[in-house]
Design a protein around this ligand. Sequence first.
Ligand code: S3P
Length: 423
Amino acid sequence: MKLLESKTGLNGTLVVPADKSISHRSIMFGAISHGKTIVHNFLRAEDCLSTVAVFKALGVTIKDDGTDIIIDGKGFDHLKAAKKPLDAGNSGTTMRLVLGILAGQSFSAKIAGDASLNRRPMERVMGPLRMMGGKLQGEMGSEFPPIEVQGSPLVAITYEMPIASAQVKSAILFAALQAEGSTTIIEKEKSRNHTEEMIKQFGGSISIEGKEITVPGGQKLIGQEVTVPGDISSAAFYLVAASLLPNSALELKHVGINPTRTGILDVLQEMGANIRQTALDAQNQAADLLIKSAPLKAVEIGGEIIPRLIDELPIIALAATQATGTTIIRDAQELKVKETNRIDATAQELNKLGANIETTEDGLIIHGPTALHGGDVDSHGDHRIGMMLQIAALLTKESVDLNNPEAINISYPSFFNDLSALL
Ligand code: S3P
């Protein structure tokens, strides 16, 4: 597919799509709570629709009235065995969080994904769930999906996480809600906290002190009304595009600014970007973002900020190709086990367009600024690599062709339409 080109920069106003992480969790919390949950501004993209399909297969009534999603929750105890293996599609969040829910059930289940998800590591979730009494195993005894779960009674644990992962933390939290006793999780670094926030929102009890999270077991949650803010991970593509393209002035409406997700704002600010926040909606942790073009300089990124911008690193890498100086990204080895190996894919595809990027064991070294030129690139079946390459194409004089553009439907089906309206 021939990618869009830019002539005058990015101008106008855009409502970015709803947050993917919160949309997944709104379905899960609705399903395990008692009573009705209404979700406003749900993200109807492939990943979140996989979560809806999984819970429908587990016997939960979920309706889409065209505006809202309505979930008729009956609690953990009313989930039912599915007739067929559950299909998480491309979604790591669906598979890992659902494993935490299935582990404590009274029935058995099997959950599989697409070719990419079936290559992603699951021991990080199965290990702690087994410590709680969960019975889970991967294909032929491996750690890879399809995963078979034999539901069983769970007991609380204290678990020090070896990696920073909101998916692993959330799987343990869902299991902890069903376990006997109080579970404590000690995070390696603070990762996105939507699950903790939603336990509170759905009337549950949880205590958080720094990186230590404690959740009592045997909890009964109550259905709620949820308004999903815009996804900062989708906004990220426009933040970078408008910063890099001359003559840009862009307004992004109602973007989620939960501090566990705003590493990209910190990094772009340090690089010299011109981004302002207005119209704060404190209740939904959202704000409007105003972005104007600005010259960027190189930056070093590593340590505790990494989980706060993990999904934004490919687009940050593109920003760094246009920044003055050498940008170093370290402590980001988790990128190797995303939808594709994002360290390799980012370097390989941007270097095809003239970038100067080296890969390291845990990140990237990006020498800037480099002019980008046209060429043929590939999304590697990864939505965020695909969108990053479209933004790169706005910076070239010659045309850029993208293979496997349909991967973008995973998180942002209207991406090309939205972008072309601003060009
Ligand atoms: C997510 C957590 C992150 C992120 C993923 C969504 C979530 O993964 O990369 O896109 O919704 O919990 P890890 O927690 O495994 O790093």
